[in-house]
Design a protein around this ligand. Structure first.
Ligand code: SF4
Ligand code: SF4
Length: 207
């Protein structure tokens, strides 16, 4: 009979005294290190709806889409992560522009029999162009950029009118795509295409 090696004997005696190396997971919850990078989870109040996390996600686990929201009765930005596709690489956490929109909690398991449990989603209000009506970006994204820029933000008319709206100095205006932009429209919320078109027509009479 082949005799056990000394090292194996030592390990067996050690396991008898100190217990096995393996844990009893999943019967007993596993303990993880302090800086463990577990499940990425949205913090809706800290997320500004920019969509950067979706752009860096290598697994295509994040969907950012501007779609009609039945409950709110308007088009909203819908941000959705599907843990079923997530590979827990943490890129969304690392590249979140606010640094607070996503947290990595200590949990690492998302086993379920209902696919709906794998969805982590929230919605953001959108800012719309007052000429063509197309969505520009999330309102919180604009506010976040304004705070970053400080007084420089007032060089941009879209930022300025958004701030005036927050201060209740102006009211939301319905899009008007039925006429050309006039000089007074310069101080309006405009998407990059409409603003470029207006500047071209104002400077050179063409768009
Ligand atoms: S952890 Fe990685 S795979 Fe998962 S949602 Fe974030 S970027 Fe995508
Ligand atoms: S703020 Fe962060 S979490 Fe929110 S959409 Fe942008 S990158 Fe994603």
């Amino acid at each position: 009979m082949k005799k056990p090696k000394l090292r194996e004997l030592k390990e067996a005696v050690r396991a008898l005294i100190k217990g096995p190396y393996t844990t009893k997971f999943p019967k007993v919850p596993a303990t993880v290190p302090e800086h463990f990078r577990g499940v990425p989870t949205y913090v809706p109040d800290e997320c500004v709806g920019c969509g950067a996390c979706a752009q860096v996600c290598p697994a295509g686990a994040i969907r950012v889409v501007d779609e009609y929201n039945e409950e709110k009765g308007r088009v909203m930005r819908h941000i959705e992560r599907n843990w079923g596709n997530c590979i827990f690489c943490s890129q969304c956490f690392v590249y979140c522009i606010t640094g607070k929109g996503i947290i990595l909690d200590k949990d690492f398991e998302r086993s379920t029999t209902d696919p709906r449990d794998l969805i982590d989603a929230h919605d953001k209000e959108l800012l719309f162009c007052e000429k063509c009506g197309s969505p520009i970006t999330a309102v919180d994204h604009v506010r976040w950029m304004m705070n970053k820029l400080g007084e420089l933000a007032y060089a941009n008319q879209t930022f300025m009118v958004t701030r005036m709206g927050d201060l209740k100095l102006v009211e939301e205006t319905a899009p008007r795509d039925d006429r050309d932009l006039e000089r007074s429209d310069f101080i309006r919320i405009l998407c990059p295409n409409c603003r470029a078109s207006y500047i071209l027509s104002d400077e050179w009479g063409e768009s």
